[in-house]
Write a protein that binds this ligand. Structure first.
Ligand code: ATP
Length: 277
């Protein structure tokens, strides 16, 4: 029941058990999303205004997309993913119609989560935008957010790492008036993520995830995933130096593979500011 407006094949289902180091975020999101979608009467009886839109704010690779997908899966609700730059790029000129039809589809498939990735590219601050089409897309999104009554079983989650670039009208009450922060994980968060990512990897007894978590300072979930994959490739190269040879079924990944991988994979926050020497 998950559909994505993207050229890539749909990602496999995932649950919140795959999300590490974000327990506060998950608690907050569950309250914001689960109650209105699954138990709307509870909110009504307390006279509470349910969220229609929630902004997921945080650096790339901290698990915003993973969390949105997993939340939909765990709650058993439908999921429609919209990638901001693709709507603008691929459907330029038709972007407004495309958005309208996706919101319509969400209403028909309620209860449903709409996930808008990179919303800053879809709804940039209009005072900094030249193009008429771009301005109209922002206006369309605002009117779509206003157009569905709260409690009709649709919630929009939207991710950004540049909240200051968003059109301010987007954050008015009844639109994206709730915000959840995805932070770069601390040491315990990194450890939790590493445990999840290595669950199905054949780790040798030498591997100390606590030590790797200590050393992986500044890494976000996506970096840790790259680190684990690198360690696995190094283990492969070490044990199967020649790919023509028959592969043993007892391949393992050891601590040295991880230590070597740590030398090669750098935190993405650092990569983006690296200068050539
Ligand atoms: P972007 O802003 O670049 O879209 P994002 O915050 O949406 O990034 P994801 O796309 O969810 O990040 O993360 C990429 C991958 O990194 C995930 O599919 C997952 O494998 C891993 N990952 C990221 N964060 C976490 C986390 N908190 N727990 C477990 N895995 C994570």
């Amino acid at each position: 029941n998950q559909s994505t407006v993207a050229t890539a094949p749909p990602a496999p289902p995932t649950t919140l058990k795959e999300v590490g180091g974000l327990s506060d975020v998950l608690q907050e999101l569950r309250e914001l999303v689960e109650i209105p979608l699954k138990r709307p009467k509870l909110l009504q009886s307390l006279g509470l205004e349910p969220a229609r839109g929630v902004l997921l704010v945080g650096p790339p690779g901290t698990g915003k997309t993973l969390t949105a997908r997993s939340l939909a899966e765990d709650l058993g609700v439908n999921y429609i993913a919209i990638v901001g730059p693709e709507i603008i790029g691929k459907y330029y000129g038709e972007a407004e119609a495309r958005l309208r039809s996706l919101f319509e589809k969400a209403k028909r498939s309620a209860p449903c989560i709409i996930f808008i990735d990179e919303i800053d590219s879809l709804a940039p601050d209009r005072s900094n935008v030249e193009g008429e089409v771009e301005k109209r897309v922002v206006a369309q999104l605002l009117s779509l957010m206003d157009g569905f009554a709260a409690l009709n079983g649709v919630i929009v989650l939207a991710a950004t790492n540049r909240p200051e670039h968003l059109d301010p009208a987007l954050r008015r009450p009844g639109r994206f008036d709730r915000e959840v922060q995805f932070r770069v994980p601390d040491r315990n968060g990194r450890l939790e993520i590493l445990r999840i990512l290595t669950r199905s990897m054949p780790l040798d007894a030498s591997v100390q995830l606590t030590n790797i978590a200590d050393l992986a300072v500044g890494m976000v979930g996506a970096d840790l995933k790259a680190l684990c994959q690198k360690a696995a490739y190094l283990a492969l190269r070490r044990q199967v130096p020649n790919l023509q040879t028959s592969v043993s079924s007892n391949l393992t990944i050891n601590q040295t593979d991880f230590q070597q991988a740590l030398k090669e994979i750098k935190p993405s926050v650092l990569r983006s500011v690296e200068v050539e020497s």
